[in-house]
Design a protein around this ligand. Structure first.
Ligand code: 13P
Ligand code: SF4
Length: 306
């Protein structure tokens, strides 16, 4: 029996469902029941019939799934898979900003620890940040932890005053403008599709800016045949699978999130077999950090209806 066959057999036996982010390895995405961006995965995690969720992503994803589904078992193939950006803000600064600004909303990118969510008013993902910030009644926005996404949102919502934080995703921050220029010179007809975690100078050179799902949807709809993709290289698998006639290029130094790659089929099988690596969030933290996550899901639902 192959690893995939064994995982599929055990999944049924253990009443488990597998969620994977687009940055996971192709073979992990292929065995997952649900694959998507952070917003889709957080939405899908609510209301699943199975008792166990195996989350092939990084810790803030597993943690959010547990916070939203406290009665379920959430397993991660490797508990070391963490997002460095998730830690790049602090409670002291949030407190100071609340003292300094009246009418302030602390907007927390979902790529953050539960401890940071606990002090925040609402969560956002790259798929819904602009709409959610627009829908907030507050004039002042303290956006944590990602400065790049914050600047991108601030540009789309000029009517609000933004306070920025110094966090960033090391994978997207390192994507070099020089390498993008080289890729454009090699593929002059290609459209540039970028994730808003990239630096502003990269975003300025882009034809489309959006979440991983946004990038995937744009590429499918576009009449273009060639694309330079400025995000983690894991998205290539879905892009190529959905668009056999189109070509996808990355910068010479392909962006790789080492944490996402810690999710392997072997480890996935191991946690399914043993039930090891359960994500735990203590009750008080869970209840406090659930509020901004639920507010995000609620606001996103309302915005869709408008
Ligand atoms: P999205 O999939 O929500 O675009 O997020 C990218 C990311 O960095 C996830 O860690
Ligand atoms: Fe975090 Fe960046 Fe990896 Fe996403 S790609 S999980 S933001 S380090």
């Amino acid at each position: 029996m192959t690893l995939t066959e064994e995982i599929n057999r055990l999944k049924k036996e253990k009443d488990a469902v597998i969620l994977a982010h687009y940055y996971a390895e192709p073979e992990v995405q292929a065995v997952a029941d649900y694959v998507g961006d952070s917003f889709y995965l957080s939405r899908v995690a609510v209301g699943l019939a199975e008792q166990t969720i195996v989350f092939c992503g990084v810790s803030f994803m597993g943690e959010s799934a547990k916070i939203l589904n406290p009665g379920k078992t959430v397993l991660m193939p490797d508990l070391r898979a963490d997002c460095p950006m998730a830690h790049m803000a602090d409670a002291g600064t949030i407190r100071r900003m609340r003292e300094k600004y009246e009418d302030l909303a602390v907007v927390c990118y979902i790529n953050s620890t539960a401890e940071l969510k606990k002090y925040s008013d609402v969560c956002v993902t790259s798929a819904n940040a602009v709409e959610i910030v627009k829908a907030l009644p507050n004039r002042n926005i303290f956006f944590i932890p990602d400065k790049n996404l914050a600047h991108y949102v601030a540009e789309q919502v000029p009517e609000k005053h933004f306070v920025f934080n110094e966090g960033y995703c090391p994978v997207h921050e390192e994507l070099q403008l020089r390498e993008l220029a080289e890729a454009k010179a090699m593929h002059p007809d290609a459209e540039v599709l970028s994730h808003p975690e990239c630096r502003e100078e990269v975003l300025k050179q882009s034809d489309y800016i959006g979440s991983t799902s946004g990038i995937i949807q744009y590429a499918a709809r576009s009449a273009g045949r060639e694309f330079i993709v400025c995000t983690e290289k894991g998205v290539r698998w879905k892009l190529e699978k959905d668009n056999p006639g189109k070509k996808f290029y990355f910068t010479k130094t392909e962006p790789v999130c080492r944490d996402m790659k810690l999710n392997t089929l072997e480890k996935l099988l191991h946690v399914l077999k043993t039930g090891e690596n359960a994500v735990e969030v203590d009750q008080e933290l869970r209840e406090l950090s659930k509020k901004p996550l639920e507010r995000m899901l609620e606001l996103a639902k309302q915005e869709k209806k408008l």
